[in-house]
Design a protein around this ligand. Structure first.
Ligand SMILES: CC(C)(COP(=O)(O)OP(=O)(O)OC[C@H]1O[C@@H](n2cnc3c(N)ncnc32)[C@H](O)[C@@H]1OP(=O)(O)O)[C@@H](O)C(=O)NCCC(=O)NCCS
Length: 182
């Protein structure tokens, strides 16, 4: 039986899903680009998993400058031992995140894309963000990312603006707002 979106749930990243996570990377899933690189060793996997939900510290912006890492959580969409995708929820925004990044970022591993998992994942993340105290959510995406636009709009996202991408002005960034209060 194929895994259906309704069979999947959000959970904290765990070694239980490490094998599936590594398989996802091999098929083209891109982990958080700032995360410690995986080199196939248990040590690199451990450092990577710890980093995903580490709080505090600083992160490098696309222009090479550093900024404070906001309070956040990364959750994994899973079914049994299968890793399907991730969502990052940021509970406070830097001025940079208010322009690009917003409260929520997500990705679905390639072999699960186009099957409704992205829509389901965002639908699970919104009440989680609400439970953590966020009353509204800013999301950003490129105007070329049709899949992400559909995921956001299917979850009640209203377009609130668009303009040149801050670090890639040749690209157009869209801004969406989702009321998290249900
Ligand atoms: C964007 C992304 C999360 C969408 O996830 P997904 O699981 O494929 O989304 P869904 O299956 O729920 O699809 C939602 C809709 O988008 C459509 N869609 C998905 N990928 C698409 C694509 N590449 N091109 C056109 N339409 C696409 C689906 O057909 C579906 O349309 P429908 O509602 O009319 O049936 C996924 O493609 C991904 O992880 N991309 C790489 C990371 C990324 O772009 N993250 C978002 C950054 S803003």
């Amino acid at each position: 039986m194929p895994i259906m979106p309704s069979d999947s749930l959000l959970m904290m990243p765990s070694l239980t899903h490490a094998r599936s996570y590594q398989a996802a990377v091999e098929e083209g899933y891109q982990p958080d680009p700032a995360a410690p690189k995986l080199d196939g060793t248990p040590a690199s996997l451990g450092a990577h998993l710890v980093w995903l939900n580490e709080q505090g510290g600083r992160v490098v912006l696309p222009d090479g400058s550093m900024t404070e890492r906001m309070p956040h959580v990364q959750l994994w969409l899973t079914h049994a031992y299968t890793f399907i995708g991730r969502v990052n929820i940021r509970f406070r925004l830097t001025p940079e995140l208010q322009v690009w990044g917003g409260h929520i970022g997500y990705a679905i591993r390639p072999s699960f894309q186009g099957r409704g998992f992205g829509t389901h994942l965002l639908g699970l993340a919104i009440p989680t963000a609400r439970a953590a105290g966020l009353s509204g959510l800013l999301l950003t995406c490129l105007d070329t990312n049709i899949g992400s636009i559909k995921v956001i709009e299917a979850n009640g996202g209203k377009r609130i603006g668009s303009g040149p991408h801050r670090w890639h002005p040749e690209l157009t960034a869209l801004r969406y707002w989702i009321e998290a209060e249900g």
